[in-house]
Design a protein around this ligand. Structure first.
Ligand SMILES: Cc1ncc(COP(=O)(O)O)c(C=O)c1O
Length: 354
């Protein structure tokens, strides 16, 4: 059987959740499990996230999957509902909504009694400069104050555009959040993703919303998961299925983009973009064999890659780590010109999951 395999380390996930607890001891934790738990498989991850206070997802379908698996914690739809008919299902299943525009407010008010009757919180989204979703100041102050007067329990919610970096917008976003929080006091607050949990403990407030840190990848370009004391949750491996010895001047793979400058030993590994392994590598990429880095050579094909095993003990059947504890997904992403989030989320259905 073809051995392209995704291993999920549940203990690492629990460890990372505990790191959130250490960093934000007074906040409730809304674990972000959208996009199939960032590609890790929601079923496995929920089993390891029993200690979380709540879950965050991007749509009703993702929330219902959590309920079908038997988990009863609060769930927040971070983009709210997409049509009014979803509201009844939301309420029946004790799911909470973000509201970020007037139409969603109208839908919410049309179902007011049932929503409030279930003690569901409304997450009112502030647009403080990211210009994706939300009401601007001062409109949001009116929205929250009138929702409160109608009996809704509100959470002021915001998302940073640059929590992972130094940027002048950070101050503006923080200030607007604090301004609205004060103008609507008392109101619950939530504005921290993984990067913000590390950077601004004073902004943890009532609910933090960690995503990438739970999965043991870094939200920061200049800090590794080791620096952040997180453990990689996913290990992605494949197997050596062929060995070749080539001579100086010979080429490898599609387009013959690689030319050997000396005699070398090649191994062919059963992984490719059909599994979600990225194809474009503007920079040199590596895999790990028994913890040792070795370079990927030539183009990534749909089902195979070639690696340089000159001087390395790597017989047929050797397991090759594409990313995991030795070869960090963030480093593969960096060589690929993207972020760990994307590589994790875009795995295909083909790898075996263990
Ligand atoms: C609204 C919101 N909150 C929290 C998160 C989690 O972010 P991160 O994975 O960077 O921790 C996301 C992720 O995209 C999000 O959209």
């Amino acid at each position: 059987m073809r051995q392209a395999t995704v291993y999920i380390d549940r203990e690492a996930l629990q460890y990372n959740l505990n790191r959130v607890k250490q960093l934000a001891p007074t906040a409730q934790i809304v674990s972000m499990v959208k996009a199939n738990a960032y590609g890790h498989g929601v079923k496995d991850c929920l089993a390891a996230l029993g200690e979380t206070d709540a879950f965050g997802v991007a749509c009703l379908e993702e929330a219902l999957e959590i309920r079908e698996l038997g988990y009863q914690q609060p769930i927040t739809l971070i983009e709210g509902i997409f049509s009014e008919d979803e509201m009844q299902v939301v309420i029946e299943n004790n799911i909470e909504c973000v509201v970020h525009h007037q139409q969603q407010l109208d839908w919410l008010r049309a179902h007011k009694a049932a929503y409030i009757g279930k003690n569901l919180k409304v997450w009112v989204k502030l647009n403080s400069g990211m210009n994706r979703l939300g009401f601007k100041v001062p409109e949001i102050i009116k929205v929250i104050n009138s929702l409160k007067a109608e009996g809704f329990s509100c959470v002021l919610a915001m998302h940073f555009a640059n929590a992972d970096a130094e940027h002048p917008l950070n101050e503006q976003q923080k200030n607007q959040f604090l301004q609205v929080k004060q103008a609507c006091a008392p109101v619950m607050g939530s504005c921290c993703n993984s990067a913000a949990i590390y950077k601004w403990p004073e902004l943890n407030f009532d609910f933090v919303r960690p995503g990438i840190m739970l999965y043991g990848a870094s939200p920061f370009a200049d800090q590794s998961v080791h620096d952040l004391d997180l453990k990689p949750v996913m290990t992605f491996t494949a197997e050596i299925i062929a060995l070749n010895h080539i001579q100086a001047g010979e080429h490898v793979g599609y387009g013959s983009t690689f030319t050997a400058d000396q005699d070398m030993d090649l191994a062919i590994v059963s992984i490719g973009y059909g599994d979600g392994y990225p194809r474009a590598f503007p920079k040199q990429n590596y895999v790990a064999i028994n913890g040792q880095a070795t370079r990927v050579i030539g183009r990534v094909a749909m089902d195979m890659i070639a690696i340089d095993v000159t001087g390395i003990d790597a017989p047929l059947g050797t397991e090759v780590e594409l990313w995991g504890k030795n070869r960090l997904v963030d480093d593969v992403a960096e060589a690929n010109g993207t972020i760990g989030y994307e590589l994790l989320c875009r795995l295909s259905a083909r790898p075996i999951r263990k």
